[in-house]
Design a binder for this molecule. Sequence first.
Ligand SMILES: [Zn+2]
Ligand SMILES: [Zn+2]
Length: 96
Amino acid sequence: MPLDLVREAQEKLTVDHVDRAVQCQLSTHDGDHFGLLGDDGMCGTALWLRWYGMSEAELVVLPDCPATGGEGCCLFADHAERHTWEDTPEEAPCIS
Ligand SMILES: [Zn+2]
Ligand SMILES: [Zn+2]
């Protein structure tokens, strides 16, 4: 995660530590990767880092996924792939 984005994220977040080794939260998938950075202090949204391959990353504020499967989903609205509560242990997580 680029340093300037770390600084930008820290300004937006209610925490003073941003993990530079943010990892994609989705199951194995194609397309953009999304790593959760934290709560931006607003209700129902969170700050995410979006990137694709080795290209530029950007900060995006996304609404929480409204789906509930008993546990609730930890991802954002309209995300690709499965909700977090649909993941099975045999499913390989995205390693980006
Ligand atoms: Zn990914
Ligand atoms: Zn979901």
